[in-house]
Design a protein around this ligand. Structure first.
Ligand code: AMP
Ligand code: ZN
Length: 122
C-alpha cells in the first residue's frame, strides 16, 4: 500500500489502481472526487461499466468505510445517465470473493443495461 498524489491509498500491483492512476490512458465515462467509472474490457451487455472507488479496498469483507460505499452508490445513477440507461433500466452486480466470481480484488460495481434482463440471477 502507498499513497498517490491525491492522498488515496493505492496498491501498486492492482490493475484498477493503475487504471485510476491513468497508467493506461483509460477513458473514464464518469469521475468525481471518490469514484471513477470505465467500460468493462469484456462486456457482457451492450452497456457494461465498472464503478470503482479511488481508494483501494478489496471488497465488502475488507471493512470499507461506509462513506466510501455511499459515494460508490451515489455514482451509480449518474453513470447510468451518462450511459443512457437511466430510463430503460439497469442491473448492478458486485462480487465478493473468488467463490462469487471476483477476479479483480479492488471493490467495484458492475452496471449493466441496454438489453432486457429476464428472470434468473434475481
Ligand atoms: P469481477 O469478476 O467482479 O472481479 O470483475 C472484474 C471485471 O473487470 C471483469 O468483468 C473484467 O472483464 C474487467 N476487467 C479486467 N481488466 C480490465 C481492464 N483492464 N479494463 C476494463 N475492465 C477490466
Ligand atoms: Zn486497487
Amino acid at each position: 500500500m502507498s499513497k498517490n498524489n491525491d492522498g488515496f491509498e493505492v496498491m501498486d500491483d492492482c490493475i484498477f489502481c493503475r487504471i485510476i492512476a491513468g497508467d493506461f490512458g483509460t477513458d473514464f465515462v464518469y469521475e468525481d472526487d471518490y469514484v471513477v467509472a470505465f467500460d468493462d474490457i469484456s462486456p457482457q451487455a451492450p452497456v457494461h461499466t465498472l464503478i470503482v472507488p479511488r481508494v483501494h479496498v478489496e471488497n465488502l469483507e475488507d471493512n470499507p468505510d461506509p462513506e466510501l460505499l455511499g459515494n460508490v452508490f451515489a455514482a451509480i445513477s449518474k453513470v447510468a445517465k451518462v450511459k443512457g440507461v437511466d430510463q430503460s433500466g439497469y442491473r448492478i452486480i458486485q462480487n465478493n470473493g473468488a467463490g462469487a466470481g471476483q477476479t479483480v480484488f479492488h471493490l467495484h460495481v458492475h452496471l449493466m443495461g441496454g438489453k432486457p434482463f429476464g428472470e434468473g440471477m434475481v
